[in-house]
Ligand binder design. Structure first.
Ligand code: MN
Length: 273
């Protein structure tokens, strides 16, 4: 049939940290499929809180699941790394890397621990616009996925390869805000217990968490029923004069110490002669 050739659809790479079979990822893939050429490389098993870990000390197994979908027995960052650098998975560079929708929010300092955010961050480190999505535990991913898909497509091929962290609130969505990371305070805890054989074991991480409602933050947006969109930076350098001064003092201590060592070494050398 003679007809118009449709413009090529953007390639979207999806991953998550809850594992390939998680409902959050499956809903997101279903919502993206009418809009893009969707490829999925996701962890075989749950990898929550794997942060930016990559697997270097053991082999990785890539399992083809169906057309354009693979499971990898690694971390979310392994998945994005493999998807971008394996020569025969994707047809080209994706327009956007999408991670999630995570089961559980990733607010404030969570971004340092989250495998979901790290999956997106790996895309951004490779110069690709990337976004992480998270929702409250128990939320309905089918209801949120179309919103997430629209947001991901808005980011596709954005200049400067932005990295964006999106959190859906509990219950009804009352709006959407661009935010910064807020204070999320965990009850830090090391629980010491005994196993049935009498040997001690530990559980870390207390169950209680408080989202402080500091104005303009993701934690406040979450508590106020707003979808939070936080742009994240990759350059963690601290520019504040106080920390810069402290860094210079640290460098100076290193230099003085090095001069001291040199003096000791040359002293020994003279004695040796
Ligand atoms: Mn997770």
């Amino acid at each position: 049939m003679a007809g118009k050739t449709l413009p090529p659809r953007p390639v979207v790479l999806c991953t998550n940290d809850d594992g390939l079979h998680a409902r959050g990822l499956q809903a997101l893939v279903a919502a993206l499929t009418p809009l893009a050429e969707v490829y999925v490389v996701a962890p075989e098993t749950e990898q929550s809180a794997s942060s930016h870990a990559i697997t270097l000390a053991r082999p990785l197994r890539l399992r083809p699941v169906r057309e354009r979908v693979w499971a990898l027995d690694g971390t979310p960052v392994d998945c994005v790394y493999v998807a971008l650098h394996h020569t025969s998975l994707l047809p080209g560079r994706p327009s956007v890397v999408v991670s999630g929708i995570n089961h559980g929010p990733n607010l404030g300092g969570d971004v340092f621990y989250s495998g979901t955010v790290a999956g997106a961050r790996e895309g951004a480190l490779r110069g690709i616009a990337s976004v992480a999505f998270s929702m409250p535990s128990g939320a309905d991913p089918e209801a949120l996925a179309p919103v997430a898909a629209a947001m991901a497509m808005a980011l596709a091929s954005a200049p400067g390869a932005p990295l964006v962290n999106v959190n859906f609130p509990k219950g009804e969505r009352l709006g959407t805000r661009v935010t910064r990371l807020g204070p999320r305070l965990y009850e830090d805890l090391v629980e010491v217990r005994l196993d049935p054989r009498g040997r001690g074991y530990l559980w870390i991480g207390g169950p209680k968490v408080t989202n402080v409602r500091t104005k303009g933050t993701d934690t406040a947006a979450y508590e106020h029923g707003l979808v939070s969109v936080t742009p994240l930076r990759l350059d963690l350098t601290e520019e504040s004069p106080a920390t810069q001064r402290r860094a210079r003092a640290v460098a100076l201590a290193g230099r003085s110490s090095a001069r001291g060592e040199d003096a000791v070494r040359s002293g020994r050398a003279r004695k040796g002669k």
